[in-house]
Design a protein around this ligand. Sequence first.
Ligand SMILES: C[S@@+](CC[C@H](N)C(=O)[O-])C[C@H]1O[C@@H](n2cnc3c(N)ncnc32)[C@H](O)[C@@H]1O
Length: 423
Amino acid sequence: MLLSQRLASEAVLAVLAGRNLSDVLARQRQQHGELEPRQRAAIQDISYTALRHYGEIDHVLRQLLKRPDTDPAVRALLVTGVAQLAWGRAAPYAVVDHAVKVASQLNGGFAKGMVNAVLRNFLRQKDELLAAAAKDERARWNHPGWWVAAMRRAYPQAWTSILRANNQHPPMSVRVNTRRLSRDEYLARLLAVGIAAEALGSAGLRLDKPVPVDQLPGFFDGLCSVQDIGAQYAAELLDVRDGMRVLDACCAPGGKTGHLLERADIALTGLDVDAVRLQRVQANLDRLGLRATLKQGDAAKPADWWDGQPFDRILADVPCSAAGVARRHPDIKWLRRPEDFAQFATQQAGMLDALWGCLKPGGTLLYATCSVFPEENQAQISEFLQRHPDARQRVLPADLPASGQLLPNDRHDGFFYALLAKT
Ligand SMILES: C[S@@+](CC[C@H](N)C(=O)[O-])C[C@H]1O[C@@H](n2cnc3c(N)ncnc32)[C@H](O)[C@@H]1O
C-alpha cells in the first residue's frame, strides 16, 4: 500500500497544480511498469475518492493545519490520507503508518511528525470535523462555490440532485453491437455469466454493478462497447440511413462513431484534431469490425480536410467543460474555472459555423455536449439560430427532455443534444 499511497498523493498533487487526472494516472502506469493490477486499482480508488470529497477534505485540513503554507506535496499526502481514513477500507493504523513513511521520503522527511499528528487528530475528531464541513457550501457539495451557484441559477428545482449525482459512482452501461446480435440476446449472455443488467434504449444495457471489460462476454470480439446510456442517444437522434455521407466531426475516442456505423451502411468520415486519440478510434473500429475514413484536422477549418462534397448528417460532439460527466472525472470540478466557459463557447461557435457549411440543404446536424452549463448548450444554439436563418431546431423525440438537456442520474450522465435541420 505504501507505493499506492505515494503515487495517489502525487496524482492529487498534480491535479491541484492544474493537470488532468487521467493523463497523470496514465503517465504513472507507463513509468511504473511494476505496478500490479490491484495497486493500479488502489491508486485510482484513493485519488478518485480524494477528489470526489476534496471540498470536505480541504475544509477539514484548514481546521487541522496550523500553518496555511504547508508544502503542497505534504498537503496532497494529507488529502489522500484523510480520504482513506474517512471513506476507505484500509485499516486506519496502516494508512497513518504508510503516510508517515511516505512523508519521510519527502524533502528530507521534515514533515513526518506533522503528518502523523494531523492524521491522528483527524481520526480522533472525525465526526465533529465532518459535521462542521457539512455546514460549509463548498465542502458540503464538494464543488467550487461558483459551480454550486451556477447550478442553482440554471436548475432551481434540480440543482441538488445534479450536485449529488456528480459525487456518486457512475453507472456502467454497454451498447450492444446490433450488427452482431440483438440487445436481448446479449442481455441473456450477460445473465448467463452472472452479470445483471437492465435494458435501456434500443441497444443499451445498464449493468447493476460495474465489471472489468474483460468480463463482458465477447467484448474483445466486438459484441459490445462500454458507453453511457446518455451518449447512446446521439446515433439514434442523427437517424442515419443506408448510403448517407456522414461526418463525425470530433470523433475520438470513437464511441459514437462505432454506434453510427452499427446502425446503417454509411460512408462515414471521422475527424479529430488529436492524432493520438484518432488511433483509439481506429482500435475501436477494428475491434467492432467496422470501417470509416479517419482524418486528422480542425473542425473549424474545413478547407484543410474537406473535399467539398456536402454531408447528409453531421455529428458535432464538441469539446466542452465535461461538467455532465464530472463523476467519471472528479478532477474536473477542481480544474475548471468560470472564465473557461467563454473560451469553450467561442471554440464551439467557431466549429458550429464552419461545419454548417459542410451540411447539405435538407440535412441534419446534431450538436452534442456532455455539459450541464447552459452557456455551452441551449444558449450556444440560440445564438447559432440567430446567425443562421437557414437553420431550424427540431423537436426531440418524446423519450428525451424537450430542452435536450439530460441531467446526470442513476441511469445516465449529463448530456445536451440539439438537432439542427438545414432548410
Ligand atoms: C467530447 S470528445 C468526443 C467524443 C467522441 N465523439 C466519442 O463519442 O467518443 C471531443 C473531441 O473533440 C476533439 N477536438 C477538440 N478540438 C477539436 C477541433 N478543433 N477539431 C476537431 N476535433 C477537436 C478532441 O480531441 C476530442 O477527441
